[in-house]
Design a protein around this ligand. Structure first.
Ligand code: F6R
Length: 608
């Protein structure tokens, strides 16, 4: 959701803050703001829209101040207006706050403050924080922030500055990430390492209910009830090269085209071909417990949930463990019977998704083993799960998730194989799967080399108002993912359906203006899929089929066919999703949409 960056040191803060915001913009982008301070006062700028508007607003101004905080917003309380943009301040403009998260008791606090004569200028929940800090300030900023945070309910990652203490940032965290960056006589505060990684690779993550007092040469961490915490810095390994767009017009296209490398990275050092198994170091410490699990519950959201649905089929085929997949937002409120024989597997690109995090916390409380499958190294889910595996896919910047999905599918296969080889999977079955996996990067390149086929189809279809995606078994979640991609970036209404459900309702929608994308590769459900396609064609519905190379019959049944190479059944979704990603991308391109930053979305969903 929103992004935070703060700087205190010897350099001009403004360019560092703007730069950091540009890197954070994928988290939220409906308004932006910053404040820089020194002993003479504060300079605050807030704009509606993108960080570039903020950049324009300050360009040409000589902002010499060496301390400041900044924010890019994804609106929760109040529309994206200048007054609702952060930083918020008290009426005398001494204190400034940027905040991610939601203050749940803000109405009560606001009413109380208003009855005491405080005048609010925004509709945000955040503004109560700054007025409370002003009210409770006695000796120094940190004790005012501490007292304030003890009064609030809900989630926060905050950074606060005070014009009277101009070389200090106080930050705090509950539920929304905050990371400190340690430089040479300078310190950074951010919601996300990507904002500061160009300045330092030495970071410290705050845990929930902790705050930090940050000055150019020092940081002190303590709990919100004032117990000191000693924590070492971590060195992060982040390749800045990976972050640029290179020659691609959008991050999404770049990330789609990176997918053969993504698969190689997910497999690197993990494949044990001779043993028909895998080696996942992050699971090793609990491998005895994992082998004996009776049940695995996969929890995740959005695209990661679709990967989890594919994961269920993979685990069912490769292990003897029963598997459920749950939307994290539903799982966390269920009455759950979990114990140490259940593994709860959280799948998350960002490692910060609020519902997924809450789900694993609930699972831990109930005694389940928690396992993470996460991309962002050091993220909260990665830190809070008992064991886990990283995707090692590098930063995913486009808001629509693409390369992480294929990475997650590769690792789910490796995880299930690791367990399955202790159970009923034979050596030759393991070797077959791994050999097929070794072919996947080349097969992905082959699909990508024919991206123009999808571009042509998109040119033909981008004006439609609705699209249906259908598939069965492993391709049902792929259909859901295809529909999600299309709707989120092109704003075409799209639905994903299990093809067997067509006759139970959705077929009534079909006519010549309502096209269908059918994933119909050569597998056990092939004939049934062909029948579904014929039923759609009989009602004049246009059909594009994603089919296996060499399947000539399908060309007689569908209006258009996109061929993908043949592979092991469990790996087919890795290939079949790629044409759907490309199709969505090109539809959005033809419709003139902002592909990397679709409206109303943010990359990292850190509020419920
Ligand atoms: C869709 C998309 C979202 C995320 C979802 C979960 O393209 O990106 O649906 O998949 O918000 O995010 P993570 O994986 O970070 O937990």
């Amino acid at each position: 959701m929103c992004g935070i960056i703060g700087y205190v040191g010897g350099k001009k803060a403004a360019p560092i803050l703007i730069n950091g915001l540009k890197r954070l913009e994928y988290r939220g982008y409906d308004s932006a703001g910053m404040v820089t301070i020194d002993k003479n006062g504060a300079n605050r700028f807030r704009v509606v829209g993108r960080v570039q508007n903020l950049d324009k607003a300050v360009s040409g101004l000589d902002l010499n101040m060496t301390c400041g905080i900044a924010h890019t917003r994804w609106a929760t309380h109040g529309k994206p207006t200048q007054l609702n943009a952060h930083p918020h301040s008290d009426s005398r403009e001494r204190f400034f706050v940027v905040h991610n998260g939601i203050i749940e008791n803000h109405s009560k606090l606001r009413a109380q403050l208003e009855s005491e004569g405080v005048v609010f200028t925004s509709e945000t929940d955040t503004e109560v924080l700054v007025h409370l800090i002003d009210k409770l300030h006695e000796t120094n900023l940190e004790s005012a922030v501490e007292k304030t945070l003890q009064l609030v309910e809900g989630t926060f990652g905050i950074a606060v500055v005070c014009a009277d203490e101009p070389s200090k940032i106080v930050c705090g965290r509950r539920g929304s990430p905050i990371v400190l960056g340690v430089g040479n006589q300078e310190m950074f505060v951010a919601s996300d390492v990507s904002a500061i990684v160009q300045y330092t690779d030495q970071v410290i993550y705050l845990e929930d209910n902790e705050m930090a007092i940050v000055t150019p040469n020092d940081y002190q961490i303590r709990t919100l009830d004032n117990k000191p915490i000693a924590r070492e810095t971590l060195q992060i390994d982040w390749n800045l090269e990976e972050e640029g767009m290179g020659t691609f017009p959008h991050y999404m296209l770049k990330e789609i085209f990176e997918q053969s490398t993504t698969v190689e990275n997910a497999m690197r050092g993990r494949v044990m071909l001779n043993e028909g198994s895998s080696m996942l170091g992050g699971l090793q410490s609990k491998i005895d417990q994992i082998k004996k699990l009776k049940k695995i519950v996969i929890v995740s959201c959005g695209t990661s949930y679709h990967a989890g649905m594919v994961g269920r089929c993979i685990f069912e085929q490769l292990t003897d463990i029963s598997v459920d997949v749950e939307l994290a937002s539903e799982f966390r409120y269920r009455k759950l019977r979990l114990d140490e024989t259940t593994g709860v597997l959280a799948i998350s690109q960002s490692g910060e998704t609020a519902d997924t995090l809450a789900a694993i916390r609930e699972a831990r409380r109930k005694g389940a083993l928690t396992i993470g499958l996460v991309n962002v190294v050091g993220s909260t889910i990665a830190r809070e799960t008992d064991v886990g595996v990283y995707c090692h896919a590098g930063p995913e910047i486009g808001v629509a998730s693409t390369k992480i999905f294929v990475s997650q599918l590769v690792i789910l296969n490796l995880m299930a194989l690791l367990i399955g080889r202790y159970q009923s999977i034979s050596l030759s079955e393991g070797v077959d799967l791994l050999r097929a996996m070794g072919e996947i990067p080349r097969q992905i390149q082959h699909i990508l080399s024919r991206a123009s086929v999808l571009e042509d189809l998109a040119r033909q279809y981008y004006k439609v108002s609705s699209f249906l995606f259908i598939g069965r078994q492993l391709h049902y979640p792929v259909a859901l993912e295809g529909a999600l991609k299309l709707k989120e970036i092109s704003y075409i209404h799209a639905e994903g359906y299990a093809a067997g459900e067509m006759k139970h309702g959705p077929i009534s929608l079909i006519d010549a203006q309502f096209p269908t994308m059918a994933v119909v590769t050569r597998d056990a459900t092939y004939e049934k899929m062909v029948s579904n396609i014929q039923e759609i064609r009989a009602r004049s519905g246009p059909v594009i089929a994603i089919a296996t190379e060499g399947d000539l019959h399908i060309a007689d049944v569908a209006d258009a066919v996109v061929y993908i190479p043949d592979t092991h059944e469990l790996l087919q979704p890795i290939l079949s999703v790629i044409p759907l990603q490309l199709f969505s991308y090109y539809c959005a391109l033809y419709r003139g949409c902002e592909i990397d930053k679709p409206r109303n979305l943010a990359k990292s969903v850190t509020v419920e």
